[in-house]
Design a binder for this molecule. Sequence first.
Ligand code: HEC
Length: 147
Amino acid sequence: MLVVIIVGLQFVPVHRTNPPITWDINAPENVSGILRTSCYDCHSNETRWPWYSYIAPVSYFIASDVNEGRKHLNFSEWDKYDEKKKEKKLDGIIEMVTEGEMPLPMYLMIHKDAKLDTVRINILKEWVKPGSSKEESFGIEKNEEKD
Ligand code: HEC
């Protein structure tokens, strides 16, 4: 019976898409390496869909994390946020990683290399800090350049 259910589940459609990248966040290499390793699977349109993401019911949870994650924060569609929202997302990133809420614990169980230590967290903090390379990195205009 269980076998029948599990086989049956494989026919339920799961949305595993990688939509087009409209604007990728422009971070220095040391930062983008961290984001790509730890965040891009759920917060970009460059998700690496592993083999187990094709097997129900695991596939439902993975697809749901990715779709939810993208809805909240998508580095590949950074151009869709206005300046205020960009600032808010950046603050959110620092908050989430400082509190250890991101990457999601479930994800870390499988992706050990995605775990953030204090060195990596500090690199992210430095990057977002006011007066950093913020303007180019985040597509946030400097005040004096505004029309
Ligand atoms: C396994 C998937 C997954 C990974 C990996 C992941 N996230 Fe998330 N993230 C989510 C989901 C799902 C949500 C929305 C639900 C929630 O807040 O728990 C979210 C929400 C967020 C939010 C809240 C955005 C907002 O404004 O509402 C931030 C910020 C965030 N993640 C940052 C990160 C950062 C930074 C990383 C990498 C260090 C990361 N996440 C890695 C799945 C993930």
